[in-house]
Design a protein around this ligand. Structure first.
Ligand code: SF4
Ligand code: SF4
Length: 78
């Protein structure tokens, strides 16, 4: 059976930059943005991956969304 693939959306304006999501993602798919949000934080953002290359992929494990205190992350399983 094929491995389930997921995807996340991250609301950068809801993010308070605690970076817990970065620490828990087993695939290292979340990084710190270089751009300040309206609250004055450098929010987390999803790492850009090149679909043509062998990049780590979101498994839809939802660890990031579960740990986020600000409910800024949504997980979709495809
Ligand atoms: S866990 Fe939530 S609030 Fe913390 S850095 Fe990640 S998205 Fe932002
Ligand atoms: S759902 Fe899992 S694999 Fe996907 S970004 Fe979140 S922690 Fe990483």
């Amino acid at each position: 059976m094929a491995k389930k693939v997921g995807r996340i959306t991250l609301d950068s304006e809801a993010c308070k930059a605690c970076y817990l999501c970065i620490s828990v993602c087993p695939e290292k798919l979340i990084m710190v943005s270089q751009r300040l949000n309206q609250k004055g934080y450098y929010p987390a953002q999803v790492v850009e991956t090149d679909p043509d290359k062998q990049c780590p992929k979101c498994t839809g494990c939802a660890l990031c969304a579960t740990i986020c205190p600000d409910v800024a992350i949504e997980v979709y399983r495809e």
